[in-house]
Design a protein around this ligand. Structure first.
Ligand SMILES: Nc1ncnc2c1ncn2[C@@H]1O[C@H](COP(=O)(O)OP(=O)(O)OP(=O)(O)O)[C@@H](O)[C@H]1O
Length: 342
């Protein structure tokens, strides 16, 4: 489903209310005690359970979680596309229940990987159209459109109807359309899905530039951990409707107690390899000439046990390499700790 959140949430250009209530604080989006249940009785599903969060203006926040964790329901609840059972949502300091048009005035979204672009219109006409419905004169942001078209590799296709473009190109047009109107807060669900590596990197650079130079706030949901690790300032992890982690990418990486060790030795006999495989999570075993190379993951306690075991077996190590955990490792750790605790 492609969604123009602005259209579905009732946003229709500039606020009709004359009062300017945008809070001066640096919080772009704040959510308190948000809850959404689908169905009743024993079959009820609590898709979002008492979620409270704040998103700083001028930052990119990644929203992660396994399938069914509640990410889409949370985003749709914030956007007003799903009516939550409880909780408040403030955007730019404006409570969206009190003044929805004002709250959503400068919010845009690309959900579920694409948006309803007008396939009969050319690429540039789409950008102008979505800018106009955001309440901005497209002529005043022509430079922005030119830059988006060029950075996303769409300049040569600017005057081509969208229906004639490839799937990846259409994805880029969707993104350009979301960014075209100069919204202050954008929600992007799987923005790099279907993009080639070069386009994905260009998009990530452009998002960072918009955040750093124009204080854009981005809430990005993606299953691509590399994208999230590279581009996001902060990561929220959801599981079973709850927020189970909310921290900077660096802090999450530092918090990891996981060590991945690559050992190389000519003394790694098959019986020792079997013992290691039984005791540790083994990622790979490779024979290279007379050497055997094995990668295991363990926590800090396991690391001592591993060294004791190798010592007792008289293994002389030619090489010991530590492989730094990445966001994917942290994500798996956070979820497994949470499962153990439940
Ligand atoms: N309209 C609905 N009616 C009933 N249940 C729903 C509805 N929408 C979502 N759910 C349920 O709520 C839970 C959360 O779903 P949601 O789509 O928010 O998760 P998600 O984290 O976005 O998952 P994914 O990564 O697979 O997109 C799931 O159990 C889902 O089946």
């Amino acid at each position: 489903m492609a969604v123009d959140a602005g259209a579905e949430s009732g946003r229709a250009g500039p606020s009709g209310g004359g009062e300017s209530a945008v809070d001066a604080r640096d919080v772009a989006v704040s959510v308190t005690g948000l809850r959404k249940q689908f169905g009743d009785g024993p079959d009820a599903i609590t898709a979002v359970n008492d979620v409270t969060l704040e998103i700083e203006t001028g930052s990119i926040v990644g929203l992660l979680g396994p399938n069914g964790a509640g990410k889409t329901t949370l985003i749709k609840s914030i956007l007003g596309m799903v009516l939550p059972d409880a909780g408040t949502v403030r955007i730019g300091g404006v409570d969206r229940s009190d003044r929805p048009r004002e709250a959503y005035r400068s919010v845009d979204a690309m959900l579920e990987g694409a948006r309803n672009d007008y396939w009969r219109l050319t690429v540039r006409e789409n950008l102008r159209y979505f800018t106009t419905i955001s309440g901005v004169d497209p002529e005043s942001v022509r430079d922005r459109h030119d830059r988006l078209l060029s950075q996303l590799g769409l300049a040569a296709k600017a005057d081509v109807p969208v229906r004639e473009l490839s799937r990846g190109m259409k994805q880029k047009v969707s993104l350009a359309s979301v960014l075209a109107g100069g919204a202050d807060v954008v929600f992007l669900d799987e923005p790099t899905l279907g993009l080639d590596i070069e386009s994905s990197r260009t998009l990530q650079r452009e998002l960072r530039r918009l955040v750093e130079e124009e204080s854009l706030t981005v809430i990005l949901s993606s299953h691509d951990m590399d994208v999230v690790e590279t581009v996001c300032d902060r990561v929220l992890i959801m599981s079973k409707g709850e927020l189970i982690a909310d921290d900077t990418v660096d802090a999450l990486l530092e918090r990891s107690n996981r060590h991945c060790i690559r050992l190389t030795s000519s003394d790694l006999e098959p019986s020792i390899v079997s013992t290691l495989k039984r005791r540790f999570d083994t990622i790979s075993v490779e024979s290279r000439g007379s050497d055997t190379r094995i990668e295991v993951t363990t926590d800090s306690d396991g690391l001592y046990e591993l060294m004791d075991l190798l010592h007792a077996a008289d293994v002389t190590l030619e090489r010991v390499q530590t492989i730094e955990p990445d966001l994917e490792d942290v994500f798996v750790d956070v979820l497994s700790i949470e499962r153990e605790e439940r």
